[in-house]
Write a protein that binds this ligand. Structure first.
Ligand code: HPA
Length: 276
């Protein structure tokens, strides 16, 4: 059996595990990033499935990520929330990093919401800002779609002119205005990490056209688009890498800054859901 067939069987097996539980078919999947786990407390009618109970799944290794699939309702809308994601820097392959996205597709999800923590390079950004991702630059030096293509899953050459749904971005801005939440919008640079950037790297990424940089989201977005799902993604700006103003950062500071911004982000996402 080919590597691709083995991977496909694994995805189908895990999807069957969820389907057998008959928890409904939510159309929206939400992947929670660093420090944004509080959204799980707002879910009602919850069914929590720890990653360890899912056959052939992966185990999360990062501090601050608990690792659960949660079926439930957010603001009256059926959702699947993935608390704890798999990062490339943990040593997972691109196929493993994007496995949850493939399963979301198989169980019927049509729209994916991704959140993450990111360092801001745009000089108008402040720590704690929420940035709507308008577009991304893949700086991972890798791509989850490398390999033999299965045409039944998606196209060989994926079109990426609207990786992030313009419609969902419009809803986000209208909702934020109503809630008086200040939003930034920009381009997310996806890198492997696990190092944070040197001042010269932040500068280079800004010159290349990115407003913020982080270690996730890009592989998931690519896979979601490949599988025909719409994507909406947002970053909490947890630290700044602004030319001439670079400061030391730690993972703790990143977690603190995202915890502070998360109530607003949660409010925004909850209000958006019924409109999607
Ligand atoms: N760089 C990369 N990833 C990040 C950063 C950063 O500055 N902040 C949070 N995640």
């Amino acid at each position: 059996m080919s590597i691709e067939q083995i991977a496909k069987n694994r995805i189908e097996k895990i999807a069957s595990f969820f389907k057998a539980k008959q928890l409904g078919t939510p159309k929206i999947g939400i992947v929670l990033g660093s420090g944004l786990g509080n959204l799980v407390n707002l879910i009602t009618d919850k069914t929590v499935i720890p990653y360890s109970e899912i056959p052939e799944y992966l185990v999360s290794t990062v501090v601050g990520h608990s690792g659960e699939w949660i079926y439930g309702q957010l603001n009256g809308v059926p959702v699947i929330v993935l608390s704890g994601r798999f990062h490339y820097y943990e040593g997972y392959s691109m196929q493993e990093v994007t496995l949850p996205i493939q399963i979301l597709k198989e169980v019927g999800v049509e729209k994916v919401i991704l959140s993450n923590a990111a360092g801001g390079m745009n000089p108008s950004f402040k720590v704690g800002d929420i940035m709507i991702i308008r577009d991304h630059i893949n700086m991972f030096g890798n791509n989850p779609l490398l390999g033999v293509n299965d045409d039944t899953l998606g196209p060989r050459f994926l079109e990426m002119s609207e990786a992030y749904s313009k419609k969902m971005i419009k809803i986000a801005f209208a909702t934020a205005e109503k809630l008086q939440i200040h939003l930034q919008e920009g381009v997310y640079m996806g890198v492997t990490g696990p190092c944070y950037e040197t001042p010269s790297e932040y500068k280079m990424f800004y010159i290349l056209g990115a407003d913020a940089v982080g270690m996730s989201t890009v592989p998931e977005t690519i896979m979601a688009r490949y599988r025909g799902m719409e994507v909406f993604a947002l970053s909490v700006i947890t630290d700044l890498g602004i030319v001439g103003k670079s400061e030391k950062i730690s993972h703790e500071e990143v977690l603190q800054a995202s915890a502070k911004a998360s109530p607003l982000m949660e409010k925004l996402v909850c209000e958006m859901l019924p409109q999607l």
